[in-house]
Design a protein around this ligand. Structure first.
Ligand code: CA
Ligand code: CA
Length: 219
């Protein structure tokens, strides 16, 4: 609102200059006219850049299909270019994308589309080898200033906390869940039935612990 107010203030000053300028020589009027036009352009640019925002971002995966949804507000009426970047979350956990993505092997997907104000969806395919990998999805406006992200947890059996690794942290989390001390999301529950009997209980905790201790070769 602060920026919009400044824009309005420039407009009001512009009207005052125009009224006064009718008594001035033509060259002076042209100078004031250019000044007014510049002020109006600057005001409109600063308003539109400051107001663009992404909200309600979600990302989900069904086998090799990823769906990303988000709401755009404050974009120009013709829409704005939005860049979608997906990286393996195992290596990437920052709130903004890394700057050297052309040198990174963990870029899963990148695309650009014109998005309008309101609800938007991206749907795309990832390779079969990435369908269980934890992912971080970034969206960014072309001014570089507006960025949002959402995570997709790993789906690997035994990776209960979805961080792409199977270790004691997963055993602990699963134990807490079985004891009723905490809840798990649907994809975490899907990763928890390590003895594949259709139930999540202490038998799964035990098998997962045996696996990470190296006492059984696979889950
Ligand atoms: Ca894990
Ligand atoms: Ca089970």
């Amino acid at each position: 609102m602060g920026v919009i107010y400044i824009g309005g203030d420039i407009m009001r000053k512009g009207h005052a200059i125009r009224g006064y300028a009718s008594f001035l020589p033509k060259r002076t009027k042209t100078f004031f006219g250019i000044l007014l036009a510049l002020a109006m352009i600057l005001a409109s640019v600063s308003v539109s850049m400051a107001a663009v925002a992404f909200s309600n971002m979600t990302a989900s995966r069904n086998d090799t299909t990823v769906t990303v949804s988000f709401t755009v507000s404050g974009a120009p009426a013709a829409g704005m270019e939005v860049t979608l970047l997906v990286m393996e979350k195992t290596n990437e956990s920052g709130p903004t994308p890394p700057s050297n993505i052309e040198n990174r092997k963990d870029v899963v997907y990148i695309d650009q589309k014109t998005m309008m104000n309101g609800a938007n969806n991206f749907t795309f395919k990832i390779s079969d080898s990435l369908k269980n990998t934890p992912l971080r999805v970034y969206i960014g406006g072309n001014n570089g200033a507006t960025v949002a992200y959402a995570d997709i947890a790993g789906n690997q059996l035994g990776d209960v906390n979805g961080d792409g690794k199977i270790n004691i942290g997963d055993v602990d989390l699963l134990y807490q869940y079985v004891r009723g001390r905490r809840t798990l999301a649907a994809e975490q529950i899907a990763a928890s039935d390590v003895n594949k009997d259709g139930k999540i209980n202490i038998g799964d905790v035990d098998r997962l612990y045996q696996f990470i201790r190296g006492r059984i070769p696979n889950l």
